[in-house]
Design a protein around this ligand. Structure first.
Ligand SMILES: NC(=O)c1ccc[n+]([C@@H]2O[C@H](COP(=O)([O-])OP(=O)(O)OC[C@H]3O[C@@H](n4cnc5c(N)ncnc54)[C@H](OP(=O)(O)O)[C@@H]3O)[C@@H](O)[C@H]2O)c1
Length: 225
């Protein structure tokens, strides 16, 4: 069991990245709720993730109800749906930590850095929500492919950006719970760098024909795994 079991809503948890995080957190002993627009799809994904994680604790609700039921909310929807999804659940986010894993990819050139005006997709959400919600940027550089294979550890580190150090600490703890080293990486504005890095990792995946290149931070031996 994790040091502090939490109820975590993963909005878009039926997808690749959110499903991988949900699986790993459920396996670690957290209570996970998938948020979805589609109950039939969510029921099937929920059953698959419970089976893969070897648990029966993962549940699903619509995005709004999932966000309301959780103490920590995770956003894993495509960039095009990021703002609308946040607007839909906004009332349920006050006082909570919102972990946003959004990468502002612009298909079809997803291996090219194309950040939105203002620099960071996640910082824009913190600006939208204001002080009542502590937005933390994390997991942009963790490949869904690696997360979805519970037989193997995920071979990369996590950059955690946010304006509230205590909220970053919560997210670092959640990363540690699934065996990932995670680092305080500065304020929410720094999320731009993590978001941009993902296109570089995609370019590396394509060039070297691998499914999930990742990053490692060196020179910080004390950071726990
Ligand atoms: N894939 C990766 O390796 C990876 C790695 C790091 C970060 N990320 C980031 O994580 C986020 C999710 O990536 P993903 O690959 O998991 O995406 P995905 O599988 O394409 O989509 C995730 C979920 O988002 C919901 N969704 C899709 N379109 C939507 C819309 N128009 N409005 C509301 N919800 C919608 C769907 O859930 P329902 O149909 O159930 O509602 C879907 O299952 C993205 O921002 C991505 O950049 C991905």
């Amino acid at each position: 069991m994790p040091a502090q079991p939490r109820t975590i809503a993963v909005l878009g948890g039926t997808g690749a990245e959110g499903g991988g995080l949900a699986l790993r957190w459920a396996r670690a002993g957290h209570r996970v709720i998938l948020g979805s627009r589609n109950p039939e799809k969510a029921a099937k994904v929920c059953a698959d993730l419970n089976a893969a994680a070897g648990v029966d604790s993962i549940r699903f609700l619509d995005n709004r109800a999932a966000a309301a039921a959780a103490e920590v909310v995770v956003l894993t929807v495509p960039h095009a749906a990021q703002r609308a999804t946040v607007e839909e659940v906004r009332d349920a986010l006050a006082g909570k930590v919102l972990i946003d894993a959004t990468v502002p990819l612009v298909p079809p050139k997803v291996s090219r850095v194309q950040l939105p005006a203002g620099g960071s997709a996640v910082a824009a959400i913190q600006a939208l929500l204001g002080e009542p919600v502590r937005v933390v940027s994390a997991f942009q550089n963790v490949s869904a492919h690696a997360l979805r294979d519970p037989a193997h550890d995920v071979d990369c580190d996590v950059l955690v950006c946010g304006d509230d150090p205590a909220a970053r600490e919560i997210v670092i703890g959640l990363a540690h719970d699934v065996g990932l080293r995670a680092f305080h990486a500065g304020p929410i504005a720094n999320s731009a760098a993590a978001e941009a890095l993902t296109s570089i990792l995609i370019a590396i995946n394509i060039r070297y024909k691998v499914p999930g290149a990742g990053i490692r931070i060196t020179g910080v031996p004390a950071a726990p795994a």
